[in-house]
Design a binder for this molecule. Structure first.
Ligand SMILES: Cc1cc2nc3c(=O)[nH]c(=O)nc-3n(C[C@H](O)[C@H](O)[C@H](O)COP(=O)(O)O)c2cc1C
Length: 148
């Protein structure tokens, strides 16, 4: 099965987990960059609001053609209990009938309030969600400088 890991990171912890997985699975890893650089304030406002509304954001063209893969592993931080908006941008790009796995990085390791909706989002794309897991990370939001 051909797998790809696609992740968004703001502070770097999702990148770490994506790269760990990449080594474990021998799968290529692709970083998602928002088109407009986001600072810490922009992560909270409007980032969290967009996340809670499951709104997408413009992203730079993905280096991967997702059609080429059977399994697409998406990694993303949790913002305000929801996947950060870049997750929704990746979900929009999913070709149907793919096997999808999700890992969500957060300080609490708890994305339960949005889990059901996230599962439905993937299923609405005609994909099969075969794994959903939370990853507890050490970095707290207050220590982040921001990324993309
Ligand atoms: C804007 C913002 C909102 C966050 N909201 C939550 C949250 O609701 N629950 C939580 O457990 N952690 C929250 N965090 C912490 C991050 O989810 C956590 O540090 C994650 O590992 C960051 O991943 P990254 O380093 O790849 O960006 C938030 C961080 C930021 C910047």
């Amino acid at each position: 099965m051909k797998s790809a890991i696609v992740y968004y990171t703001f502070g770097g912890s999702t990148k770490k987990e994506a790269e760990r997985l990449s080594e474990e699975l021998g799968a290529p890893v692709f970083r998602v960059m928002e088109r407009h650089k986001r600072g810490l304030l922009g992560a909270f406002i409007p980032g969290c609001i967009l996340a809670m509304r499951r709104r997408s954001v413009p992203i730079q063209p993905l280096e991967a053609d997702l059609n080429e893969y059977d399994r697409i592993i998406i990694g993303c931080p949790v913002w305000a209990g929801y996947p950060a908006p870049a997750f929704n941008a990746v979900a929009e790009l999913l070709p149907p009938e793919k096997q999808v796995e999700i890992f969500l990085c957060s300080g609490s390791g708890n994305s339960s309030k949005s889990e059901q909706g996230t599962r439905e989002l993937i299923e609405r794309k005609g994909c099969v969600l075969s794994s959903y897991r939370d990853v507890i990370t050490a970095a707290s939001a207050g220590k982040m400088k921001g990324g993309s």
